[in-house]
Design a protein around this ligand. Structure first.
Ligand code: PLP
Length: 408
């Protein structure tokens, strides 16, 4: 488990750098840009060439990450005015798709100014607002309507799961698209309907996501035929599963790619697009820190780490025990015995004065002593950027990018 190579920083570069970081250099985020590029290249290779791969920037919008992905992705999905401007500047040659609920007028204007290539429209009101702004600027804008489509996954038999179609702030009900939106999209108007977007759930395996892709493309083809729309694009979303309990496992991109090839074959008029976030970048990042204190309370050991969930909120947000590796450090200069545990499940907490600041609960850690370093794996997505950095005013972590021609 925790001390197996599964979660240990695998590449020499990350392990070597982690070794040089001590004391106030910690905590630190270390990103392996070579591993990221290799992973993205493998994902790209598993997909049919005609399928467009967008990266959902909200998973990790760091400049270095966006740029390392650039050779392997078609474009980027952005979810705010801030992301639109940031990603446009980081990777100016790549198209942007702007989605997300509650787009403000200022954000829409900014996106129009930036020449965002696709708008994912989330509501009837947003459709009217975007049309008015595009009209005002004398622009024709390409849009996808986001649908909240019910999907029953028959492919999984007994394990069938249903998703989408529940009341949700995201996207439009299928009938509202036909009855309320299509009448607003007149030929020659400021908005050009290119197709349909859907992102119905996160954490799905390849069979479930293929059922989603099939359902969305079938629905789009029927809508297009019924209304004579000649739609040409379907974005079937992201949500590829990442298993924090089995950090060595990966989403089955090969099976997904084969399935998408079949979907594409049945829909030659539609360009298929996907927009994963987590499953692209999560594996390239590490949150490295050290044990500041170790004590027993009520018979159970607690290791207090430098840093905590204000830097890496992921385990608190998702309610899991975050995978980690222990990097033993053999310096002990104090005249008193070094606090430590051996082969006793230990709870790893941070420095925050709240019982929620837990990174892993009763986790097997082998031997763990004050001064040992702990490297949390799967910290490349929804980690630093979803965390409440300023709570308690501890210092921020260091940020290091290794490999991929990065200069640290
Ligand atoms: C968050 C999001 C994604 C990416 O989801 P992951 O689970 O990170 O793959 C894709 N599309 C939309 C619309 C999103 O909101």
């Amino acid at each position: 488990m925790t001390t197996e190579p599964a979660t240990a920083p695998r590449t020499g570069a990350v392990a070597a750098l982690a070794d040089t970081l001590t004391g106030d250099d910690l905590p630190a985020y270390v990103y392996d840009l070579t591993a990221l590029a290799e992973h993205a290249e493998a994902v790209r290779a598993a997909l049919p060439p005609a399928v467009e791969l967008y990266y959902a920037a909200k998973a990790n919008p760091a400049l270095e990450i966006l740029r390392a992905l650039a050779p392997h992705v078609t474009g980027y999905e952005v979810s705010s005015g801030g992301e639109s401007a940031h990603v446009r500047e980081a990777v100016p040659a790549h198209p942007l798709a702007f989605g997300g609920p509650g787009k403000t007028e200022a954000e829409l204007r900014r996106a129009l100014k930036l020449g965002v290539e696709r708008f994912h429209v989330e509501s009837e009101h947003e459709l009217r607002q975007l049309a008015a702004l595009a009209d005002e600027e004398g622009r024709t804008v390409d849009i996808l309507l986001r649908v909240n489509l019910p999907v029953a996954d028959d492919a999984l038999g007994a394990a069938a799961l249903a998703m989408g179609g529940r009341p949700s702030p995201f996207g439009l009900d299928p009938d509202h698209i036909a009855e309320r939106c299509l009448p607003l999209l007149t030929p020659g108007g400021p908005l050009r309907l290119r197709g349909i977007h859907a992102h119905l759930a996160s954490g799905l395996d390849a069979p479930a996501l293929l059922a989603v892709a099939t359902r969305i493309t079938d629905w789009t083809r029927n809508l297009s035929a019924r209304h004579g729309l000649r739609l040409t694009e379907v974005n079937v979303g992201g949500g590829m599963s990442v298993d924090y309990d089995r950090p060595d496992s990966r989403f089955d991109w090969a099976a997904y790619g084969r399935g998408l090839a079949e979907v594409a074959e049945r829909n030659p008029e539609l360009t298929l697009r996907i927009e994963p976030g987590r499953a692209l970048t999560v594996y390239c990042g590490w949150y490295v820190t050290e044990v500041l204190d170790l004590k027993h309370s009520g018979g159970e050991p607690f290791a207090v780490l430098r840093g905590g969930t204000h830097h890496m909120r992921t385990p608190a947000a998702k309610g899991h025990d975050h995978p980690f590796a222990v990097l033993p450090a053999d310096t002990w200069t104090h005249p008193w015995p070094r606090p430590g545990v051996r082969d006793e499940p230990v709870t790893l907490v941070g420095q925050l004065c709240t019982p929620k600041d837990v990174l892993a609960r009763r986790a097997p850690a082998g031997e763990l002593r004050v001064g040992d370093r702990v490297a949390f794996a799967l910290a490349g997505a929804y980690a630093w950027n979803i965390s409440h950095h300023d709570f308690l005013m501890h210092p921020r972590p260091g940020f290091h990018y290794v490999g991929g021609g990065a200069t640290g």
